[in-house]
Design a protein around this ligand. Sequence first.
Ligand code: ZN
Length: 420
Amino acid sequence: MFIFHNRPITADYLPYLAGRMALLIHLWIKIWGTGYFAFMPAGHYDRKKIGRYSAIVILVILMTTEGLCFGSEENEKHPQPSQGKWEAIGKFAAETSLSLISQATAIPRNRNLIVLTNAGYAEVGHSPTQEALDGLAKATGVSRGRNTLIEVQSTAWSPLWFALYDKDSGFCSYLEVDPFKAANITRGNAKMPPGLFRITATERIDAEYLYQHSAEYKEKFESMIFGGNGFRIVSIANAIVAGAPMDVIRAFEFHDHYCPGVTSGIFMARYLRSHFPPGKSGYFVHSVEPWCKEDALMVLLNATPGKRSYAVSYPTKSDIAKRIPEAKNASTIVYRQNGQSGKWEGGVLGFEWAETTSCPKTGNGIVDKLCANLWYLERLAKPEEFVKVIKQFEMPDGITPRDWARPGVDPLHMLGLIGK
Ligand SMILES: [Zn+2]
């Protein structure tokens, strides 16, 4: 309705709405009843008629314009009552977590904390939650610059969660917001309601401890102690502790967890930058066997379908079986444009997983992947050990990678990598 000026009707809005309706009703009664025209001397014009026409005009103006104090500019002068609410919730989440960790072990030191959250992605009752990041940072000292405030991508409709990890003790406190309780908080200085966090868990999750308690933690993660975010939190927190650099962080924030699959994309991006530097127009990537690596490649090469520089084919097992033996492992074709000749040139890449790592098989998938992550993380400087060039080529004059990404065109067939 016009009079609501696109604002959702929330509890804090009701007093304003009531005031506005009272004013409208008052004006209607006074004008309709000609109360405001009583000063006019009696004459040959109809006071009643003028009053009624005026009432209709005033009502239409009030209902269809940004009148009174509900206009967009006015909202800037009079902040919405809920301003500061999410910053306060972020601060409260940090304080609650610090207290939980203190009870489990010892009072954490600020400089040794890491916060992981999907605040800023998750919405609660259509309300954006990014202000919570400021509250978390103020209460714990975590920061983007020091890689201690990790923003994990999620959908807007995912539950909002916070995880605070203490590097000293290995303890992590997980909190998940109850959206119904959060909806009742109207102001930043409001008292936080009991039960605001519908899941609270404090667990020791440092890699060494998890290796020794893998069976116990298999059960714990299966019973969703950290909501559905167990692997996400364990993999990311331990990667940060192990010194994951910025490219790794960007990749796993976007991918929303850290896994060996995303690691392979990070290796490929690093390999390309050293051995196949981009031309002026950057890279064009065509994945011919997609997995988690795509998310790393998109973020680290800034090649995306939206910029018309990323294509993906989804081959079946029988499609892969048709490839010639040398191309069985082909997963990613990367192109760049030669600045001098203007021709496109490319490489078909494969990723060869290490046959053995130092990781034992524990039967706990989360712990096994964590161990593999950390093993590969130590080898980030040597992408050549895992990234293999299957074929290097130059495209015919005037042909672009997009020509080979058209429906019905298989770039591996164009490159002679499909058997008869
Ligand atoms: Zn993954």
